[in-house]
Design a protein around this ligand. Sequence first.
Ligand code: IMP
Length: 191
Amino acid sequence: MPDLLFATNNQHKLREIRDIMGLQMRILSLKDVNLDVEIPETQETIEGNASQKAWFIREQSGLNCFADDTGLEIDALDGRPGVYSARYAGEGCSFDDNITKILLELKGVENRKACFRTVICLILDGKEHLFEGRVDGTIIKERKGIDGFGYDPVFLPDGFTQTFAEMPPYLKNGISHRGRAATKMLKRITG
Ligand code: IMP
């Protein structure tokens, strides 16, 4: 089974990617290759951050690798939090602080349409490849469910009655932004 290094310190993302791709590839973590580093993400687009993270780890490790950058884009907030999804409520904020902030901003707002967008940047033999995955849905008014991470408790994907935080992982991964981007990458690698 081929190895591929995932450039992330986010253990939730690592678990999801292993669930999605683990039968076809051995997904290595940074810990598996003894890399203990902060990964910079200072770009102003999701694509830019995915590329920055992947090249940083490629330079540190010399290995083929990939990175994921994700944003929640809310229509009524002109696409915010978008590229700032991780630190929307401020430096060092928690997932819960971010949810509180978007729920406050959406108070009394009718249009609650949103999407998650992931860009995966794969560096294979020194060349960059980008893959995008997107899922549309709505932001509900109160948190529901305890699984998943980030904004999952308030994201209801279109066509479903459970939030991402209420779904079993296989269901989220089967329809999610990350699942869709990772499946495209897998097709590119395995042909
Ligand atoms: P980043 O890709 O690490 O910059 O992720 C940005 C932020 O988006 C994370 O800190 C989470 O709050 C959120 N996020 C990323 N992926 C997901 C997901 O699958 N579900 C819910 N929130 C997510």
